[in-house]
Design a protein around this ligand. Structure first.
Ligand SMILES: O=C1O[C@H](COP(=O)(O)O)[C@@H](O)[C@H](O)[C@H]1O
Length: 235
């Protein structure tokens, strides 16, 4: 039995790299170039980057690049609602990778705002995103084997709002079985950026193919950001 539906999508553009090192270097160079071009055009640039286990090397190399970081605003595609000292914090990952290098000069807009739940902090976070980081020039996104991207998970509480065309910049998310509440940039805000999706390993490529066959963001949230995106793949 096939899961393909009449609204199945076409596969996005895929750049396949010979190694994960090549992938990290290639994407870091590309993003640094885009940020430089944006700064040249309008004297500022903005970037959203993912957390999780995949982007560490890419973020480190990007942070060491000579992009004009003093004129760049950086935020995350999503965050686990944990303090930045937690090993699960995406912000912590940035501190150890991207902001270790020259990118420390960038203006960082955190998504974590303290308290037990995103709800209390959401208004302030959205205001700062609007004032400092939006519209995004570039978004680098990850993807899970379950076809989630950012923190838009299948069956999550908050997914409908995150996918809505008039969603706020950031939305509170409660994913089934997740350890903690999360916050995610909405599909609307991510779609406005030039999107690069960073995936590694056969399982993720299979998940991408499955998502494309489904073509349904409520079951495969990655579908919400695929059109016009470039996928950067290494085994
Ligand atoms: O939980 C998250 O998952 C995705 C994918 O992470 P990975 O560990 O499979 O690379 C990530 O893009 C997102 O930022 C993160 O919060």
């Amino acid at each position: 039995m096939t899961e393909a539906r009449p609204d199945a999508m076409t596969m996005p553009q895929i750049i396949a790299y010979d190694s994960r090192d090549d992938q990290a270097g290639g994407l870091a160079d590309l993003v640094a170039g885009r940020l430089s071009a944006a700064v040249k055009a309008k004297n500022s640039a903005s970037l959203a980057v993912p957390g999780g286990t995949t982007p560490g090397l890419m973020l480190k190399l990007l942070g060491e690049s000579d992009a004009p970081w003093g004129l760049v605003a950086v935020t995350l595609t999503d965050e686990r609602w944990v303090p930045p000292i937690s090993a699960r914090s995406n912000q912590k990952l940035l501190g150890e990778t991207l902001f270790h290098g020259a990118a420390a000069a960038a203006e960082f807009v955190p998504l974590y705002g303290g308290g037990a739940e995103p709800a209390q902090a959401l208004h302030a976070v959205n205001l700062t995103l609007e004032q400092v980081a939006l519209p995004l020039d570039v978004a680098v996104l990850g993807m899970g084997d379950d076809m989630h991207t950012a923190s838009m998970f299948p069956d999550a509480l908050g997914l409908e709002e995150a996918l809505s065309p008039d969603a706020p910049p950031a939305v509170a998310i409660r994913a089934p079985g997740a350890e903690e509440p999360r916050i995610t940039l909405s599909a609307r805000v991510l779609r406005a950026a030039e999107r690069h999706i960073l995936i590694q390993g056969h399982d993720k490529m299979r998940a991408l193919e499955r998502a494309v066959a489904l073509g349904d963001p409520t079951r495969a949230p990655i579908c919400a950001v695929l059109e016009g995106a470039t996928v950067h793949y290494a085994d």
